[in-house]
Design a protein around this ligand. Structure first.
Ligand SMILES: Nc1ncnc2c1ncn2[C@@H]1O[C@H](COP(=O)(O)OP(=O)(O)OP(=O)(O)O)[C@@H](O)[C@H]1O
Ligand SMILES: [Mg+2]
Length: 355
């Protein structure tokens, strides 16, 4: 499966643009601000139904225009199909059907935020992977978040005005919270085990080193059992009331990644942080292909790599080439052809500013 054509109307900086891709490695080349990243964002939006950069749909529409449209023509074996998305500020969320049709995996300079950002960004990384093969997960996650909001609301009201009737209501929320929390954390823990299996090998291959990598899911609850979580929620009640929010549960899970016992933030170099982020994406690719390869209509995901050669040394660039060769369709952006390793064979696509 590969994306043959991308057509945009009034998406970000593009008034109208139509680009033809090839099956293997494609490189979008153009100066800064010519709209290369916007093109990848459009592909990502059309296939995953959300932007990797913003939750504000308005900024996806070209300044001065009313609505934007994205059209992808996807080739699959002997037939082709079209994914069409219209973006207006008023339309409700589109039906999320595209991921089953066309799977993309994106690396961008912002991927380093998963490594450097708050625990939430790492939970999101885990959650979006799980949602792709476990169709009950998103729903459970939404229900869990609602329970947390309701429980926190009650905790805040107790902080202001302590009432034993409200404490009784809390115990109902505790058991519901524990049920979902246990389920979510267990699924995350299983995924983290899989990530751990691949992460060190890929990281050390790109970094050409023998670093000790630690990958672990940090949990706020000691045991993954509903009854134990309820017990700990009760134990922590006083503290939770004082703080006005729930201090234990899956909403506190965190993915820990350490290199030689160093956490990334404040300790590792730019290139090392880049390597940690690139490894996350390659691990996601590996897990997806492994899970899917046994299914009847397995489709290799399309890799979108935004500025993947920027800010890394030649050895690492060479490793990127080794990783992407033979991985189906790859779409890379670059503002400077000199950063692309000479041995990489690719379909060159020049991107220019709209006249
Ligand atoms: N809604 C919008 N309407 C018009 N222009 C927009 C909109 N959103 C973003 N832009 C413009 O799009 C341009 C950025 O495009 P993009 O990030 O795709 O560039 P790029 O080719 O990836 O550049 P670089 O090589 O620097 O990464 C900016 O000039 C920005 O102002
Ligand atoms: Mg860019």
């Amino acid at each position: 499966m590969f994306i043959k054509t991308v057509r945009l109307n009034d998406f970000r900086s593009h008034k109208t643009i139509s680009i033809e891709f090839e099956r293997g490695i494609n490189v979008l080349l153009g100066g800064n601000g010519t709209g290369k990243t916007n093109l990848l964002e459009a592909i990502n939006y059309a296939t995953r139904n959300f932007s990797n950069k913003t939750s504000n749909k308005k900024v996806l529409i070209r300044k001065g225009a009313e609505c934007a449209s994205i059209q992808l023509v996807v080739h699959k074996e002997s037939f082709s199909f079209t994914i069409q998305k219209e973006i207006t500020t008023t339309t409700k969320k589109n039906q999320n059907t595209a991921p089953q049709l066309c799977k993309v995996i994106l690396f961008s300079p912002e991927t380093t935020n998963i490594i450097l950002g708050e625990p939430e960004s790492r939970r999101n990384y885990l959650d979006q992977i799980i949602s792709q093969y476990d169709f009950t997960y998103s729903d459970a996650l939404q229900k869990f978040e609602k329970i947390i909001r309701q429980r926190n609301f009650l905790l805040k009201s107790l902080k202001k005005n302590y009432k034993s009737s409200v404490v009784d209501t809390l115990s109902v929320w505790n058991s519901r919270l524990a049920k979902y929390s246990e389920n979510i954390t267990a699924k995350r823990a299983k995924l983290v085990q899989l990530i751990e299996k691949y992460y060190s090998g890929i990281y050390n291959c790109v970094a050409k080193n023998n670093n000790t990598i630690k990958v672990k899911l940090l949990q706020s609850v000691r045991v993954n059992e509903e009854a134990e979580i309820v017990r700990e929620l009760e134990e922590n009640l006083e503290k939770d009331i004082l703080l006005g929010f729930t201090t234990i549960g899956a909403q506190k899970d965190n993915l820990l990644i350490e290199v030689n016992e160093f956490s990334a933030k404040g300790n590792l170099s730019q290139g090392e942080i880049w390597t940690l982020a690139f490894t996350l994406v390659m691990v996601e690719h590996k897990i997806f292909t492994e899970k899917e390869s046994s299914t009847m209509n397995f489709q290799e995901p399309v890799l979108l790599l935004d500025d993947v050669f920027l800010g890394i040394d030649q050895k690492r660039r060479q490793k990127v080439v080794e990783f992407i060769e033979g991985k189906g369709q790859v779409i890379i952006t670059s503002a400077d052809e000199r950063e692309i390793p000479k041995n990489l064979k690719f379909n060159r696509i020049n991107v220019k500013l709209d006249e």
